[in-house]
Design a protein around this ligand. Structure first.
Ligand SMILES: [Zn+2]
Length: 1013
């Protein structure tokens, strides 16, 4: 008989490809998911289960999906998939932020290019030449185009969600619900119209919110100026400013009561300034000789000064914000151009004077008689800088020089607020705008404040007194700062004496009612709420939700909750274009309440609401509206509150804050329970990856999700995202992605090895019970159980890089370096149905199923592909399965044995290596290992345990000599006894015992007989 023994081996086979081919293969699987409606299937499968809601922060519907946005969406998807895997009903409703300047900017540019055939100046985004309805329609088309594009790109990343029904801030329903929330806030008295300095972008011709301002290095013109004191010839107050263009608006000078001032005599002139800064000022102004005599600070309150070039006088007022570190100890005050200035002006009855128009040019204003205002030839000069100079600054400097009022001029480098869109320096400019009052008090905040007091005390108790004091100080100092803004001080231990304002309520809520991960998020948002000014919510733009206000014949504003609700109903029916298409008269007749007693409207507001009101209203427009996002069975606010918000670390100023403030003002509760924050994608220079650096050719390839997916495949990009500690900034580097690519291949190979040995395994028939499994299989399943518990903890704590580390370590060490290698022999050479082989197949089946489930939130495509090859996996897609750990524990004896076996293994392997080098043996299977060691260490190993050790060493024979008390472990490796078996390559003494198979060992003879039966 001639048997080809190779055919009798159970060699591995599988169609699960070794080569991933992700770039080609992933889109096919995506199509399969879509046609099978996988997302809907998952949701149906989780119906009635405990709900987990991650609420999506909406990206701007503008441009390709950037790699940073991909990071955000992948992290969210990992969380949603993990929660689904653990049995939660975790729907994901993606959203888009559709209104706002970035889109209006682009669309206006394109429209003007189209109409005039000439490209407009880059910074000029004025769209005044088109009617609002036309611009708005073009903006909507533009937004929808990018929603479609981004949706495709997000899906390609493997992100599952309700992509067919996302929430869009431009939807009629969304806009209507946003206005209904706004009506509540209006009814509660939070909204007012006032003339206050706001950030103004000259090129964009609009007010900006805090979050629309970014700080950049800037060189300003800094000047030291003399203000003549009235009635004291040749005597001057010296002021310093970095914004000369605000001097025409100067109405006062501020000093600090606590600082000592002096009169410096320079030549014939007496110059008054703070003593501590005199040497610095003298050096800058080049005063070679001067003498100083004290000037009584109290006298400053009585001084009047002549404006250096306007026909009016001003007074000096004491103010704490005057500091001793820069300038002269005097601060020039223009109440129309700065917040401190505004507050000081209001306290002292000064007009809020801002002689600047919407174009950012000097203009006469109604606040002062024309003859007291700037010289006529200044009018019309622009403040906007070109190449570091502005006409307005130049005109002021010229005037100061002509009048000998300029002591010194120099360049001043500092960080200065810029418009996020046009990238030009903003100006502070007082104008009539709508605001949400942050210090507005409402009784409903008392509960949150009370809770905070109790919880902050309660939380601190276990940490001992000193921690308690520090944490309390920390919390209290923020509250005190906040209260100081509203002019009150809280009683440090008494919640009742704290003003129940939106500001303090907000601080209390974020401190006691929300988990911040990482923890520094709390300090950041607390600081932002404590220090923010009132929220300027009106924009002089077209592409947004209309500010639903009117004006009467006297120009007085009309803002009423019922009118806002009526406008919401109208917009729900027709969309917000109706506000722009209909005349004021038509609108008024449609929304005026039947019992209206107030003034009649003659004009409508042409402002739009800040886009942060749009996205910040999403808890009302999405969480409270969509049934699938409600927490059934919960009560009160917990019904709609999201479990998690997850955005980048800039959103403590942005969406986290706008969502919190609007939800608190409207509902009295935070919209989220946990807030996770991720860092940014940064380049090798640690600079944030930005579109502008991209357009300047800063990167060798586009930093878009698409570019990365096309090169590596989505699963490698996802694994890379998972591998990084996202709480810090993530450095984008090809080297790191490639390294993760190696881990990906190791994982894929491990899965492939496991699958390739399951082709003849039927779990229903062949599964071996836990207590019947061989020692080696029990050991690996115990190792896996440990991994599983650690991975679940890491996922629950949102530490995906820990999951990555644990899994890749397990794959490299326990699986690839030990288990997969050791079990080859039994899998390939045992009879197919041998209990030992079935035991190992049972372990492999559990391992491959477990690993696929555990990795499915990260490797969404690969694990689903592998899943299809698992015999009797239980469900059609890995994304439909539930991950329920089934831990396997070892007995005390087993634990002890495996510790012993692994303690012996390194010495034995080293010995085998030495013999191999000496050429006394070839492979380990050629060897017989003889072990001698201390009695309790080797003495009581059972035959079965001995066999496990032989397998672990992969040798043909293992001999334990009679152990001697107290001796060291010694290992000897010699050539094995007997002959080499043709089939299994073991050296055995029974090779040739069966005449029918002269080249086989006894074990192989049995296997061959079974195989050819
Ligand atoms: Zn054999």
């Amino acid at each position: 008989m001639t048997t080809n023994y190779k055919d009798t081996l159970n060699l591995p086979r599988t169609d699960f490809a070794m080569k991933a081919g992700l770039v080609e293969r992933e889109p096919q699987r995506l199509q399969q998911w879509e046609s099978r409606k996988l997302y809907q299937q998952i949701q149906a499968g989780r119906a009635g289960k405990l709900r987990f809601v991650l609420h999506d922060g909406p990206p701007f519907a503008n441009g390709d999906v950037h790699i940073g946005t991909a990071l955000n969406k992948i992290l969210k998807d990992i969380i949603v998939k993990y929660k689904t895997l653990r049995g939660f009903s975790a729907p994901y409703v993606p959203g888009w932020d559709c209104h706002g300047l970035p889109i209006e900017f682009k669309v206006s540019q394109e429209m003007r290019k189209g109409s005039a055939g000439v490209p407009p100046a880059a910074a000029d985004v004025s769209s005044a030449s088109f009617d609002p309805a036309t611009i708005r329609k073009a903006c909507e088309a533009y937004a929808r185009k990018y929603i479609d594009l981004q949706r495709t790109q997000f899906k390609r990343l493997g992100v599952l969600g309700d992509w067919e029904n996302p929430y869009l801030t431009l939807n009629k329903q969304y806009e209507a619900d946003e206005l209904r929330l706004f009506a509540v806030i209006v009814a509660k008295g939070f909204v007012y119209r006032g003339k206050k300095p706001v950030y103004w972008s000259i090129p964009c011709r609009t007010a900006l919110a805090e979050a629309e301002v970014e700080y950049r290095d800037h060189v300003s013109q800094s000047v030291f100026v003399k203000f003549p004191v009235v009635g004291q010839p040749k005597t001057f107050i010296v002021i310093w400013t970095t914004t000369p263009w605000t001097l025409p608006a100067n109405l006062a000078v501020a000093y600090n009561e606590k600082l000592p001032y002096v009169t410096a005599k320079v030549g014939e002139e007496n110059l008054i300034l703070f003593r501590g800064l005199l040497p610095a000022v003298a050096e800058k102004c080049g005063w070679a000789h001067y003498t100083a005599t004290p000037f009584q600070t109290e006298q400053l309150a009585t001084i009047q000064y002549q404006h250096p070039f306007c026909n009016r006088t001003g007074k000096a007022f004491a103010a704490e914000f005057v500091t001793s570190d820069t300038g002269t100890g005097f601060v020039h005050i223009a109440p129309g151009h700065g917040l401190d200035d505004y507050n000081l002006g209001r306290q002292n009855g000064l007009p809020i004077y801002s002689p600047v128009n919407d174009d950012g040019a000097f203009a006469y204003s109604n606040e002062l008689p024309v003859e007291q205002q700037m010289p006529a030839d200044m009018v019309g000069k622009s403040i906007l800088e070109k190449h570091g100079k502005s006409d307005a600054n130049e005109a002021v400097l010229h005037e100061l020089r002509v009048r000998h009022a300029l002591l010194h001029q120099e360049n001043y480098h500092h960080s200065y607020p810029h418009c996020w869109r046009s990238k030009t320096p903003i100006i502070f400019r007082a104008m009539d705008q709508w605001f949400i009052k942050i210090d507005h008090e409402r009784d409903e905040f008392k509960k949150a404040i009370d809770n905070a007091w109790q919880k902050v005390w309660g939380k601190m108790a276990p940490h001992g007194l000193s921690t308690m004091a520090t944490k309390m100080d920390d919390f209290m100092s923020v509250v005190k700062d906040a209260c100081a803004k509203s002019g009150t001080l809280p009683d440090i231990l008494n919640a009742d004496n704290t003003p129940a304002s939106l500001r303090v309520g907000g601080i209390a809520t974020v401190d006691a009612g929300v988990d911040w991960n990482p923890a520094w998020g709390l300090n950041r948002i607390r600081g932002n709420i404590a220090n923010r000014p009132d929220w300027c919510i009106s924009r002089q733009r077209t592409w947004g939700v209309p500010m639903p206000a009117f004006y009467d014949a006297k120009g007085e504003p009309i803002l009423d909750a019922q009118i806002v609700r009526n406008a919401a109903d109208l917009i729900e029916k027709y969309g917000s274009n109706v506000w722009f298409e209909k005349s004021a008269c038509e609108l008024w007749s449609l929304v005026k309440p039947k019992d209206w007693q107030g003034a009649q409207a003659v004009s409508k507001s042409n402002d739009t609401l800040d886009v942060w009101i749009d996205s910040g209203s999403s808890s009302r427009c999405v969480l409270q509206q969509r049934k699938e996002l409600q927490h059934d069975g919960k009560t009160g606010d917990e019904i709609w509150q999201a479990d998690v918000y997850l955005e980048g670390s800039d959103q403590h100023r942005g969406w986290f804050q706008s969502s919190l403030l609007l939800s608190l003002a409207g509902n009295g509760a935070a919209p989220f329970k946990t807030v996770l924050t991720h860092g940014f994608m940064v380049d090798a220079d640690r600079d944030k990856i930005s579109k502008s650096k991209q357009s300047q050719g800063g990167y060798d390839k586009p930093q878009t999700a698409e570019a990365y997916v096309k090169k590596y495949g989505a699963d490698v990009v996802r694994l890379w995202v998972a591998s990084q500690d996202y709480r810090n900034d993530i450095v984008v580097s090809e080297e790191r992605v490639n390294k993760v690519g190696e881990t990906y291949r190791a994982i894929r190979n491990a899965l492939r090895y496991q699958l390739s040995n399951l082709y003849d395994f039927d779990p229903a028939q062949h599964t071996v019970a836990d207590d019947q499994l061989t020692g080696l299989d029990r050991w690996i399943l115990r190792e896996y159980s440990t991994l599983e518990a650690e991975v679940i903890t890491a996922y629950d704590q949102y530490e995906f890089h820990v999951v990555y580390q644990k899994v890749s370590q397990f794959v490299a060490v326990e699986l690839s370096a030990i288990y997969h290698d050791v079990i080859k022999d039994r899998l390939y050479t045992d009879p197919a149905d041998a209990p030992r082989r079935r035991s190992t197949q049972t372990a492999l089946w559990r391992l491959v199923r477990g690993l696929c489930a555990m990795l499915s939130p990260m490797l969404v495509f690969t694990t689903d592909e592998a899943w299809e090859f698992i015999p009797d996996s239980g469900c059609a897609s890995v994304h439909l399965c539930t991950w329920e750990p089934r831990p396997l524990a070892l007995t005390e004896r087993e634990e002890q044995t495996w510790r012993r076996l692994f303690a012996i293994r390194p010495a034995a392997l080293a010995c085998l290596e030495t013999e191999r080098q000496a050429k006394s043996i070839g492979k380990a299977l050629d060897a017989k290992v003889i072990l001698k060691g201390p009695a309790p260490f080797l003495g009581d190993l059972t035959e079965e345990e001995k066999e496990s050790l032989r397998e672990l060493l992969n040798v043909s024979q293992l001999v334990l000599t009679r152990p001697s008390e107290g001796a060291e472990l010694t290992v000897v490796a010699v050539k094995a006894d007997g002959q080499k078996c043709e089939r299994c390559w073991h050296w055995e003494t029974d090779v040739g015992a069966q005449a029918q198979h002269p080249l086989l060992c006894g074990r192989c003879v049995a296997a061959v007989r079974q195989a050819v039966k």
